[in-house]
Design a protein. Structure first.
Length: 394
């Protein structure tokens, strides 16, 4: 027997059994409701398993979840919360996130996501750093914003703010991928709830007097001696041409390594870059000196201009070259502590753009050469004098 209220869309039936009818009252929700609710009857089963208590909830067609606790009280409390979420239709299964540690998720991320990025090599280094951290042993579901806030504060004592932001970006994207693509629907991203360290002003390193000459001298390639050993000069014959091209074109290290002969038009003094850091292609004009450098390289119809050279090889060879140049400066009696110290390969791009800004007063033209998508980034390269501007405006 039963009746069906049309306003609520609910059917109430009293089932005749030997038990009192009031204890067997059932609400059967219509198809507009996602869950089936049993009144006066617990959906959870609590049982003892060894030294632990397991709480299991089974609803056919809706959910089947279980979780183990150290005591019965916690098992019952979890069952009540989970039942309430099922009744409201907001229950999300969290078992995958509870079983998966951050380290395991990082390994999966490194195999499935990182290889598709242009900066895969650098990201793998950040993933390896995370795997060495104690947070890698915690489950994804247990990680909170306070865990990463504490990590952030400690990490800032060791590395720069830019490094910390990049390392946190890996974790943030990992949580988003896990939620969207790995079936961990109920996983929250703890990075979204913490403050990211503010980035300090961009580097503005330029050459000090005599630095460029000493650096280029340290980049001269050396031959093996009669015993097959290299001298004190550079072993990588491609490094000096790369540095010269970086100073002439303001190209990034990855863009230089990505250059291919089929995209180089020396007659037109242009090199086409199909892929750049910001995801856009661009054509880079070549100066007379840049053309001379390219003409001095072994030419092929197709293939990489710097064939067989890896990003890490360039990075390490450049660091060694700067150290050799610093040593030569000290041996010659130099005592300036700034000379050939903290001079990164990427600083060559800043130096190149600074020089180009003097020859290209039009900021839009400079952006076309350098590849900056936001011309506001180029303002720091311009230092016009008020007297010169006065003459221009008449």
């Amino acid at each position: 027997m039963g009746f069906e209220p049309t306003t609520l869309g609910i059917t109430i039936r009293v089932l005749r059994t030997c038990e009192p009818a009031t204890k067997r009252l059932r609400l059967i929700l219509d198809r507009r409701c996602p869950a089936c609710v049993l009144l006066g009857r617990n959906m959870a089963t609590i049982r003892k398993r060894g030294d632990s208590w397991q709480s299991r909830i089974q609803i056919k067609g809706v959910a089947e979840v279980a979780k183990t606790f150290s005591n019965r009280q916690d098992a019952e409390a979890w069952a009540k919360v989970t039942e309430a979420e099922i009744i409201r239709g907001v229950f999300i299964k969290r078992s995958d996130a509870e079983r998966t540690t951050l380290g395991e998720a990082l390994d999966k991320y490194a195999k499935e996501v990182t290889p598709n990025k242009r900066g895969a090599y650098q990201e793998l280094h950040r993933i390896n750093a995370w795997n060495r951290d104690k947070l890698a042993k915690k489950s994804l579901a247990s990680l909170r914003g306070v865990d990463f806030a504490t990590w952030r504060d400690n990490r800032l004592k060791v590395v720069s703010t830019a490094t910390v932001r990049l390392e946190l970006a890996v974790i943030s994207n990992l949580f988003n991928v896990a939620r969207k693509e790995w079936g961990m629907d109920g996983l929250n991203n703890p990075i979204e709830g913490i403050r990211l360290p503010s980035v300090s002003n961009a580097r503005s390193r330029v050459f000090y007097d005599g630095e460029e000459v000493l650096l280029l001298a340290a980049l001269d390639a050396s031959d093996r001696d009669s015993q097959g050993r290299f001298g004190k000069s550079c072993r990588n014959g491609y490094l000096k041409p790369m540095v010269l091209l970086a100073l002439e074109t303001a190209m990034r290290r990855g863009e230089l390594l990505g250059m291919r002969w089929e995209d180089v038009r020396l007659k037109d003094r242009v090199v086409f870059l199909p892929t750049t850091k910001n995801g856009q292609s661009r054509s880079v004009p070549l100066s007379t000196k840049a053309v001379e450098v390219l003409n001095g390289l072994p030419r092929k119809l197709y293939g990489a201009v710097f064939d067989g050279v890896t990003d890490n090889a360039v990075k390490l060879a450049y660091i060694r070259a700067v150290k050799r140049a610093r040593g030569a400066y000290i041996e010659a009696g130099g005592d300036d502590p700034r000379m050939l110290v903290d001079l990164h390969f990427h600083d060559l791009r800043h130096i190149a753009v600074t020089r180009l800004a003097e020859r290209l007063p039009n900021i839009v033209e400079l952006a076309a050469v350098s590849g900056h998508t936001d011309v506001r980034m180029l303002k720091r390269y311009y230092h016009p004098k008020a007297e010169e501007l006065a003459l221009k405006i008449g």
